[in-house]
Design a protein around this ligand. Structure first.
Ligand code: FAD
Length: 551
């Protein structure tokens, strides 16, 4: 079995350099992770590299919904709506710990973008296309019922509401669980390893040259098929290929802000109209409420999209005009993130009008590029790419290839026995956590975050309680050790942003344990002084960027 531990980085580099792979996947966001899982589940030998941490690009910066794409109905994207709508259920089934049904309230207001009648027609079409199960069909609410569900709404202008279901997720953790599952099926994956050029044999792509971003060494990976799934960077990678591919992306930026829940104490998620006829979400999560998103064309640094004063003012203005009773000010903003949508270029269209569909591009060199798409549809995108590779292998070898099996592949953390419901599983594990002296809340966070892998965390807690005394909570230490050894967590920012989401949803925890976490990781990973300094500074910068949002 291959390792997904940061402690084994040198051995993993050796393995990547010495193995002839069937497929090299470039990019460890949700798209690349999905392809690595699909291909390795079919028995192909897969390598995957990412120049940053896994999910370090768009896949940790979304609205964090596994959703049916209701709004794409307006653009008559019927195929997209049908596909992502159906995928919701599959993602939920295979990773119930990471995808929770989320009742969503759509208030209907005078002069809003949807009337009650058009919204109902839209809902019917959507539910039919997406095959929504009966218990999650929408309900139409009167004004009183709407206000009862969400008392914060403004009664003036309210015509009623529609209640429907989406699924809430943790995008970065979903990506990492998909990657862990791929690795458990034999894929070899490495973060902080950048493709700087490609290798060719007789004009056909045969691998890539990789620059290790930590140790600074260069190594080569050989593979029969190479996939460019680098999201907002796909054009840059295509430029490295000799195919002279035309640029295909239109990048738009989306920003989210986080406030404490008591500043915007919504009872549930709301999908509401903005003064400029767009729609925004407000979503409660872990004692906070997050608000998003903007949608503006973006031409700056892809690696570090930032939140401007205009982005922040726009979101606060929208939320304050729809929820006039809770006036949120700049100083209430605790955190936030900006993400880039890698959309397929359609000249003449506005940012919100460009299709969210994915598209595959095949070049003479053999390079396969996939761009566009949604977090929700990652499995189908992976299936499309892997089908192309399987067909090429069949044509070249005459050997029939295995079909896609990921519809029924439970993800890492999702392996809950079928004789127990997920809510019973949670209750059972909370009891086990409490027996280890965790509070109910702590145990609940761990079970929901790690699903069926929580047993490993509990075991670590037990071991650490027996072997260590520390001011740092054992729950935090156990997660650090787990993420280093099982999730290729390498830096404090990896831990606080993509393994736990704490930078966004529990900034107080990050600030309290910043120094101790870095020291504890150093103890386990034995960084040299230079790395220690660089990682410390990176985390400090992440904290300062978030703190700047409230000034
Ligand atoms: P990325 O996650 O960006 O991954 C690409 C990776 O490639 C990066 O990690 C990068 O480091 C790596 N890379 C780049 N160059 C190199 C190189 N030279 N060598 C090695 N690696 C390299 N979808 C939903 O389904 N639900 C939502 O609620 C939702 N909300 C969204 C909200 C916003 C604001 C945005 C921006 C998007 C949202 N999406 C949503 C869409 C979804 O997040 C994206 O479609 C998806 O995350 C894209 O994943 P990706 O793997 O293609 O790209």
């Amino acid at each position: 079995m291959t390792s997904f531990s940061s402690k084994h980085r040198p051995e993993i580099i050796q393995q990547l350099s010495n193995t002839p792979f069937d497929v090299l996947v470039i990019g460890g966001g949700i798209t690349g992770a999905g392809i690595a899982l699909d291909a390795s589940a079919r028995g192909l030998k897969v390598a995957l590299v990412d120049m940053q941490d896994f999910a370090g690009g768009t896949s940790s910066r979304s609205t964090k919904l596994i959703h049916g794409g209701l709004r794409y109905l307006k653009q008559l994207e019927l195929k997209l709506v049908a596909e992502v709508g159906k995928e919701r259920e599959i993602v939920h089934r295979n990773a119930p710990h990471l995808t929770k049904p989320e009742p969503m309230l759509l208030p209907i207001i005078k002069q809003g973008s949807l009337g009650l009648f058009s919204a109902r027609i839209g809902m019917w079409i959507y539910e039919w296309l997406a095959g929504v199960k009966k218990e999650e069909w929408h309900k139409v609410l009167s004004v009183e019922e709407t206000l009862k569900r969400e008392p914060l709404l403004n009664r003036t202008n309210l015509l009623g509401g529609i209640l429907f279901y989406e699924y809430r997720t943790d995008d970065a953790r979903l990506t990492i669980e998909v990657m862990k599952e791929a690795v458990s099926k034999g894929a070899v994956a490495l973060n902080y390893s950048k493709v700087t050029s490609f290798k060719y044999i007789d004009g056909k792509i045969s691998g890539a040259i990789i620059q290790d971003q930590i140790g600074n060494e260069t190594f080569e990976i050989s593979a029969s098929y190479v996939v460019n799934s680098t999201g907002p960077w796909v054009d840059d990678l295509d430029d490295l290929d000799n195919s002279k591919a035309t640029h295909k992306l239109h990048i738009t930026k989306g920003v989210h802000l986080v406030v404490d829940h008591h500043k915007l104490p919504i009872h549930q998620s709301v999908y509401f109209d903005t003064p400029d006829k767009r729609m925004l979400f407000v979503i409660p999560r872990e004692g906070k409420t997050y608000i998003g998103t903007t949608d503006t064309f973006y031409h700056d640094d892809i690696k570090h999209p930032t939140i401007t004063d205009e982005d922040r003012a726009y979101l606060l203005n929208c939320v304050n005009s729809f929820f006039p009773n809770s006036q949120i000010s700049i100083s209430d903003v605790e955190s936030g993130w900006a993400g880039l949508r890698p959309l397929i270029n359609k000249p003449g269209k506005g940012p919100s009008e460009i299709s969210r569909k994915d598209e595959v591009f095949m070049y003479d060199s053999g390079l396969l590029t996939i761009a566009g798409g949604k977090l929700t549809g990652y499995r189908k995108m992976a299936q499309r790419i892997t089908n192309i590779i399987a067909k090429r292998i069949e044509d070249a070898t005459g050997k029939q290839q295995v079909a896609c099996i990921t519809e029924h592949t439970q993800l890492s953390g999702g392996k809950i026995k079928s004789d127990i419901s997920f809510s019973d599983f949670i209750s059972l594990k909370i009891k086990e956590g409490v027996a280890l002296k965790l509070s109910v809340k702590e145990a609940e966070i761990l079970v929901n975050r790690y699903g069926s892998n929580v047993d490993v965390i509990f075991k670590l807690i037990q071991q650490l309680n027996e072997t260590e005394t520390s001011a740092m909570p054992v729950m935090l230490r156990a997660q650090i050790v787990y993420s280093i050894e099982n999730e290729m967590c390498l830096t404090p920012s990896d831990f606080f942003i993509r393994r736990t989401g704490a930078l966004y949803f529990d900034i107080a925890l990050v600030k309290t344990w910043q120094k101790e976490t870095t020291a504890y990781m150093q103890q386990h990973l034995l960084w040299n002084d230079e790395l220690m300094k660089a990682f410390n500074e990176a985390l400090q910068q992440n904290i300062e960027e978030v703190e700047r949002l409230s000034r």
